[in-house]
Structure formats: C-alpha cells, structure tokens
Design a protein around this ligand. Structure first.
Ligand code: 9MG
Length: 279
C-alpha cells in the first residue's frame, strides 16, 4: 500500500498491512475535542507524541468543522496553521495533512511543509480543483451534505450509500481530470447525517472503495453518533473511546486505508491486536 504523487511518497504504514493512522491536531480555539489547548507552542510536541504513539500522518486544522461551527477567515486560518506546520516540519519528516476547505490555506500550508490536502468540501470551493492540480499533492475528498453551520438540520437521503458513493465518484473523476492522481475518498461521518445514515456508511466502506476506485479514509473518532448509541457518552473527549475504537476496527476489517483518530496510542494498540488475530 504505497501512494506516490510528484515528489511525494507516503511511507509504508507503521502497522504492517495498514491501515495508516492519521492523528488529529486541531489548532482552533473552539475545538470540540481538545478544548483548544493544542495551540501555539503545545501543538508541535503533541503531534510528535502522536507520531511516537503510532500515528503515520498528522492532520492539522485551523477551522472547526463540528456541527454549528462558524467559518473562519482565510488570514486567521493561515495564522493558526502555518506556524505549527513549519515548526513540526522542522522536527520530523512525517507526512502532515492540512485540513481545510480553502485553496489559499492549502497553498500556504503546503508551502509551510504539509504534504496532503484533507478537504471536507471535496474540492468544491471556487478554484480548489485548479489549486489541487497545481499543488501536485495527494488529496482527501470528503462528502458533506450542506455546510458545517447547518448540516445537522434534518439531513435527508433516499439512499445514503448510493448517493454518497456517486458524489465521491464524481469528485474523484473531477480531480483526476485536472491531473490530481493520488486520492482518498471519505463518506464524512457526522457531516449532514443522522445516526442511521452514519451506520449505513460505516457498514459499506468496502463498497464505497470498490465503486469509487479509491482507497477510503474514515473519521469516526469521538463523533456524536457514538452518543446516539450510548447516552452516557456525552463528553467527546473522555466518553467515546470505546465507540471510536469499535468504528476504527470495523473500518480496518473492511479494508479502509486510513483511520483519522484523536486517541492514537489506543487505536494503534487495538489495531495491532486486530492484525495479530487475523494471522
Ligand atoms: C476535519 N475532519 C473532521 N472530521 C473528518 C472526517 O470524518 N474526515 C475527514 N477527512 N476530515 C475530517
């Protein structure tokens, strides 16, 4: 499982056979999962600790995409992420992804040392496809119905798996047509979806990979659907580890290429045991 694009090559996953573990580093004041304490000087050491604990990739984001979150302007988002990326790049050669919908932020982040664009808007913002083509870096294309501020207001699908898969197939074709070769697709757990929508998608990752022709990234860590299944899981930071691990293992079982998680050490351990049990 190796991916190459231009000068960039993703090293093999730390867990032989994968999946890759992507560790989440939010540098937002209102981050739902880390209370904002990862900003400034604490961010790069936290990323190094995630790499030490088994992360393959660090995903850095400066704009919250949690339900109800307000948008951040371009200059502010760049000011949040670029110094952290540059500091981390000076400390490690590990792959860094930039979590942003904005082409200008992606460009600044790649200049600062990021190597992957994680786009929850799937290159739909004006100029995004062209920017991805000129950056020549791998891209994660995620499905979202609506936009973060309102996406959980009554999401609706006739057939969620078919519709999300068709969307991802179309976005992958659009990216490929512009020359973006290395792509992952992501059904966007929690992004304009009810519990039933999330569960249907999480049960069909192998189908999504097969029908899009792209490896799948899944981000289920600490998300609200876990609370919908376990009413005690109200605290995203401390109460959703078991559900997050169950979702990561199920994704790995279906062949997901990357799991995006907050609890790296626990996920790495769970995946090691799962992998050993498969032999
Ligand atoms: C930024 N972000 C938050 N949740 C995410 C998810 O599920 N997938 C991806 N690709 N990015 C996410």
């Amino acid at each position: 499982m190796r991916f190459a694009m231009g000068e960039f090559q993703l090293p093999p996953p730390k867990l032989a056979g994968g999946p890759y573990i992507m560790g989440v580093l939010n540098v937002t004041p209102d981050s739902f999962s880390d209370g904002g304490e990862r900003q400034g000087g604490a961010a790069a050491p936290h990323a190094l600790a995630m790499l030490e604990a088994g992360a393959d990739i660090i995903d850095i984001g400066g704009e919250s995409t949690r339900p109800g979150a307000e948008a951040v302007d371009i200059a502010e988002e760049i000011a949040r992420v670029a110094p952290v990326i540059a500091a981390l790049r000076a400390m490690t050669a590990a792959p860094i992804s930039i979590d942003t919908m904005k082409p200008q932020v992606a460009t600044a982040a790649i200049a600062a040392g990021a190597s992957i664009w994680n786009d929850v808007a799937a290159l739909r913002e004006p100029g995004a496809l062209e920017t991805a083509a000129s950056l020549q870096r791998p891209v994660v294309l995620m499905h979202m119905q609506g936009e973060p501020r309102t996406m959980q207001d009554n999401p609706h699908y006739d057939d969620v798996v078919a519709e999300v898969t068709a969307f991802l197939r179309e976005r992958a074709a659009a990216a490929r047509a512009k020359g973006v070769q290395t792509l992952w697709v992501d059904p966007g757990i929690g992004f304009g979806k009810t519990l039933d929508h999330n569960l249907a998608l999480l049960r069909n990752l192998d189908r999504i990979a097969e029908e899009t022709g792209c490896p799948v990234l899944i981000g289920a860590s600490r998300k609200r659907f876990i609370q919908a299944l376990d009413a005690r899981a109200t605290d995203a930071r401390t109460g959703r580890l078991g559900g997050s691990l169950a979702a990561a293992l199920s994704a790995a079982q279906q062949g997901a290429a990357i799991v995006r998680v907050h609890d790296v050490a626990e996920t790495a351990q769970a995946l090691k045991v799962w992998r050993a049990l498969q032999r």
